[in-house]
Design a protein around this ligand. Structure first.
Ligand code: GSH
Length: 237
């Protein structure tokens, strides 16, 4: 996976703050798909770089990804970054344009993942932040996982009726977004249990542009799961 692309001096360009164990690859993938010039600046969240003075000056919330536009606007929230890039650069292969009748289905899929799946994944990866006693961490993580699974169950039924993609026969970034989080979950069990989601995952993973990102995410997920076992009180405080 190419992590840095140089551009000619003077070209307008984006700067993406991201790095390992983050959701920044979602944005990076959109940039690559749109053949948009950018520079990736890695933030080492494992070593607390997202809480450094330098990074907090960029995003006081201390979260990645952050996208700096060619005009210098500082943007955050991964779903917003993906939508913004797809809209601004008219990447209609990834996102139906605002006048497209599929836009509503698309937005509802993206917002559902952002609000109801991603937030539980945060609880799954950081259970210690949601518990008062470390002995509750494992239970909180299990609960977060079961909530994600219940949402995937509903999505699975919908995909089996109107899939294979969130927009029927039309691929969009919503599919990649969902698969990214499945790669971070217990993907083998998920795919065994939910056949329409397994089909979607295989379809997305078979796309040349998506395969390397999902493989890398699977590796990150495996490594993070091992770290969580070794540090049940929290990999990142
Ligand atoms: N709602 C934000 C959440 C961003 C977020 O939680 N990013 C993670 C990396 S994927 C992070 O910065 N974690 C560091 C921490 O929570 O301390 C988004 O979707 O972009």
């Amino acid at each position: 996976m190419r992590l840095y692309r140089s551009i000619a001096k003077g070209d307008p360009m984006y700067i993406l703050y991201g790095g390992d164990f983050t959701r920044a690859p979602l944005v990076q993938w959109v940039l690559e798909e749109g053949k948009i010039e950018y520079e990736l600046r890695k933030v080492d969240i494992m070593n607390g770089e997202h809480r450094s003075e330098r990074f907090l000056a960029i995003n006081p919330a201390g979260l990645v990804p952050v996208l700096i536009t060619p005009e210098g606007n500082v943007l955050y929230e991964v779903a917003a970054l993906m939508l913004y890039l797809a809209d601004r650069h008219q990447i209609s292969d990834l996102a139906p344009l605002s006048t497209d009748p599929d836009r509503g289905l698309f937005l509802s899929a993206v917002f559902h993942i952002a609000a109801d799946i991603q937030s539980e994944m945060k609880r799954f990866h950081f259970p210690h932040r949601f518990s008062l006693r470390s002995e509750d961490n494992a239970g909180i993580q299990e609960l977060a996982k079961s909530l994600v699974l219940s949402r995937l169950d509903v999505l699975n039924t919908r995909l089996s009726q109107t899939g294979p993609y969130a927009l029927g026969n039309r691929f969009s970034l919503a599919d990649f977004y969902l698969c990214f989080w499945i790669a971070y979950l217990d993907r083998k069990a998920v795919c065994q249990h939910f056949s329409a989601i397994a089909t979607l995952y295989d379809l997305v993973r078979s796309r040349a542009s998506a395969a390397s990102y999902l493989e890398e995410t699977e590796r990150m997920a495996n490594t993070y799961a091992t770290m969580m076992k070794k540090q049940p009180d929290g990999v990142i405080t």
